[in-house]
Structure formats: C-alpha cells, structure tokens
Ligand binder design. Structure first.
Ligand SMILES: [Zn+2]
Length: 469
C-alpha cells in the first residue's frame, strides 16, 4: 500500500456523502463426522488413516455481509480442501440468501477426506458421500439462517509481520516465508463483535500424521482464542502456504518435534493474541465498501497421478478440452483434460483479498528470492542435491504487488483445491517414471500434487487481469 494512495483515499471518503451501511451476521456450525458410527478416513498425509475419535470438532464458520445491494457469504471450513463442484453445490443451495458465496478450506490435515484421495487404498475414495451431502445442506442452511440476522456493523482491520520462529518454517527451498498476519473485526453499533477474520499462511499440521483423533489443529485453537477474547464468531483463512510453509513446533527433551494438542494450542493462541492486541489499537475504517469480482478459467491437468484418480472417479470433477468442450478420447500429452476453476478479488472495508483456488507458493506472493524473507536461513540449503536455479525465478510483479489496500489478504484454497501452485522455473518431475517415482532429487514433492507447470502462470495472468490498475 502506498501512503499517498491512502491519504488520497481518506480525503475522497471525507468528501463523499455518508457511505452505504454495511450489515453482517456470523455463526459457527459443527460439521464433524462421528467415527463411532461411520468410517472416517482422515485426509492430508498418507492413505489408510482411520479416525478413532474426536479431540475437538471441525466447523463451518460463516460470515454473511451485505451493503444493501450485494450480499456475500464467506465460508471457512476446517477441511483439507473442497473442490469446485462441491462449492457449486453449496452455492446452488444458498440461492436467495446470498448473491455470492466464497468457500475456503483451512487445509486441515486432521479432519475427514473431503476430496476422495485419502481412502483405505489408492483405489478407494476416502470421501463419505452421506457426510458430504449432509454437510453441504447444513452449510447452506447456516447461510440462510444468517440472512435474517444481519445487523449494522463497523469494521477495523490490521496487517503486520507475524511471528516466524516456533510458529512457521519453509520446508522447501527457496526459503521464502510470507509472514503477513491479517485481521478484520466487524462490530455492531453497541461495540459487540459480530465476527473476526484471521488470515495467516502455515499448513494446519502441528499434529502430523500419527494422530487419529479428529481435530481442527491450530486454526481451531486460534478461532477459539479469538472468540474467547473478542466474542462473536471467528473465521480463519489460510494464506500462501504452498511450497511449503509448515508449523515450526517446539521440541521435546529427546529433540523430537512436539506433535501435541498442547502445541497446536500454543501456536493458535499465539497468533490469535497478536491479532487481538493489534485490532484493539486499530482505528475504525471509514469506507465499508463491499465488492467481489471473479474470473473463471480453464487449466490443463498434466499430472499422471491425477489422471489415474480421475479414471477411478476418486477426483470427481468434470473435465474439458482447451476450448471448454467436454473432454473426449484418451488422455495423452497432446490431449490433456482441462479443469474449470476461478480466481477472485474481494473488497471489504480496509481489506482486499485475493481468492486463490489452491496452495500458492509463498514466493509467488512476495518474491523473496534475494533472501529478504528467509529469516536467517540460507535461501537454498547447502546440502540440497538439486538446488533451485534462482536466476530463472520470475522478477515480479508478485501477487502482493498487485494488491493495494491497508489490509491485503491472500485467501488460499478458495472456491477450489487444485493442489500446489508451483512457479514454472522450479517445476521438476521425473519424466522417466512420472507415476511411480514422480519426483527428482531435491525439493520437488509438491509437483506430485499439482496440476502441472502451466498452473502458476495462468493463475497469475488471471489475477493480473482482475487487478489491473
Ligand atoms: Zn498442502
């Protein structure tokens, strides 16, 4: 954000008649499946991880906002990801209650498989159709109930550098951490909090792969702490956490990483407390502007593992050709299936939020190839057997350069989960054995959960068009 631009915006706001009134309502709903009554396959690490119980519930957290002309529902789900066909079903069920619905997953690795690729075996879906059907209907009912509860609100927002050590680390070279911590608080005329929105980039995986108790991981603790201190409903949105921003837990006496519920609580509370302290000092925003722009686009899927999952109907989504006609014929390198997705930009008071349909690498958000966001670590590890060729890295503009607001959020896994969004210069797969041994030496795991090398460029171009100044 440029200072001059803010001053000009404030002057313009003062010269205008009173801005349109913003109204809001929010609620939180338990969407946890019951592992004592149904088989629940947990998502995010390997297959065949069956839930044995519930430590803390996973939730659908909804904020409905309206300026009298447009009503937008923001939905934050404690799920690993929700693909666009399911988002479209939620939208269809919400018709009449909201003009637009934004659905983002926190990328929780301790909840049920919501995408179908973490079942008992690689050939069986982990997604329970009965649970997803009732969850979609429950979220829509939650949105509809809020439409009758809207009340006037004021807004205040913050953005500052969040903590890194013992909170977040980058496990893939180059080390680039987007540690922007963003918050937005909506309060009614009496000063009571209606909702608080938090935005931070770090995989929700403090608890890691051994845990079999359903949990919302650190974002659940973060939201609980925000609600404890501020009241109202808290929503958490994950930022540019791809490539790969992971928790930096403390260690036990033997030197092992602490993968405990207490550690998830420490991380969640630590982030929440910093946000509350900053919000309490923030001034009210003058302009309650609300707008949402989206752009649909097609992306080629070049990942042979995804092709197999599509063939097995594990990844249940329509495929197209490059012109958007239904996909036909055999998949070959010249006849790839394309998927339909979308990018978006939401403006809400002091916030401008880029809605990214997957796991954006942080370097696509901030650059940082010169080490300015490595926080004391080498940008590329000395022992990396296949170091990134940083001279080929894109020079920008990066996604944050395209945004221009006092609070610039990047909301990942928004309206889709396409997997990792890898910068093209750094995209390497083992072309000799792309299915069985898909990644070459060095840090290239993320490519195996990515549509392909064209994804990042096409998405960044779409944002460039949406955010043209
Ligand atoms: Zn991930």
């Amino acid at each position: 954000m440029k200072r001059g631009a803010l001053a000009a915006a404030l002057l313009a706001a003062c010269a205008l008649p009173a801005a349109a009134e913003l109204r809001a309502a929010a609620s939180s709903l338990d969407i946890t499946p019951d592992p004592s009554k149904e088989t629940v396959w947990m998502a995010g690490f390997g297959m065949n991880r069956r839930a044995t119980g519930v430590h803390d519930p996973i939730r659908s957290r909804v904020l409905l906002v309206s300026d009298g002309k447009t009503t937008v529902a923001l939905v934050a789900l404690d799920l690993v990801g929700l693909m666009r066909p399911h988002v479209e079903r939620i939208r269809a069920e919400c018709r009449g209650a909201a003009d637009a619905v934004v659905v983002a997953s926190t990328h929780n690795h301790e909840g049920p498989d919501a995408m179908g690729i973490w079942g008992r075996t690689p050939f069986e879906s982990g997604l329970d159709p009965a649970w997803i059907d009732r969850t979609i209907l429950a979220i829509a009912a939650q949105v509809k109930a809020l439409a009758g509860a809207l009340r006037p609100v004021g807004l205040r927002g913050v953005q500052f550098e969040g903590p890194v050590k013992e909170f977040v680390r980058d496990s893939r070279d180059p080390v680039v951490i987007d540690n922007a911590l963003c918050g937005l608080q909506l309060r009614d005329a009496g000063g009571a909090t209606v909702a608080t929105v938090a935005n931070w980039a770090c995989h929700p995986e403090v608890l890691w792969s051994e845990n079999a108790q359903i949990s919302a991981d650190y974002p659940g603790c973060l939201c609980a702490r925000l609600e404890e201190r501020l009241g109202g409903t808290a929503l958490f949105f994950s930022g540019a956490l791809g490539g790969l921003l992971a928790p930096d837990p403390r260690h036990d006496e033997a030197g092992g990483k602490l993968r405990t519920f207490a550690e998830a609580e420490r991380v969640g509370r630590g982030i929440a407390d910093r946000l509350v302290d900053a919000l309490e000092k923030a001034a009210d925003a003058k302009d309650p502007a609300l707008s949402l722009r989206t752009k649909e686009l097609l992306l080629p899927c070049a990942n042979p593992r995804f092709h197999i999952a599509m063939g097995l109907k594990l990844l249940a989504r329509e495929t197209f050709d490059a012109e958007g006609r239904p996909f036909t014929g055999k998949i070959t390198s010249k006849n790839l299936p394309w998927v339909k997705t979308e990018v978006g930009v939401l403006a809400l008071g002091p916030v401008q939020a880029a809605l990214v349909p997957g796991e954006l690498f942080p370097e696509l958000a901030v650059g940082g190839y010169d080490g300015t966001r490595a926080f004391g670590k080498p940008v590329v590890k000395k022992e990396n057997p296949n170091p990134q060729k940083l001279a080929n890295a894109p020079k920008g503009p990066y996604l944050r350069d395209l945004l221009d607001a006092p609070v610039e959020m990047i909301i990942g896994l928004a309206n889709d989960e396409l997997g990792y969004i890898v910068p093209e210069y750094d995209f390497e797969v083992n072309s000799k054995s792309p299915t069985l041994e898909p990644h070459p030496p060095g840090d290239h795991y993320e490519e195996t959960n990515s549509l392909g090398r064209e994804t990042a460029g096409r998405l960044m171009d779409a944002f460039g068009e949406l955010l043209k100044k």
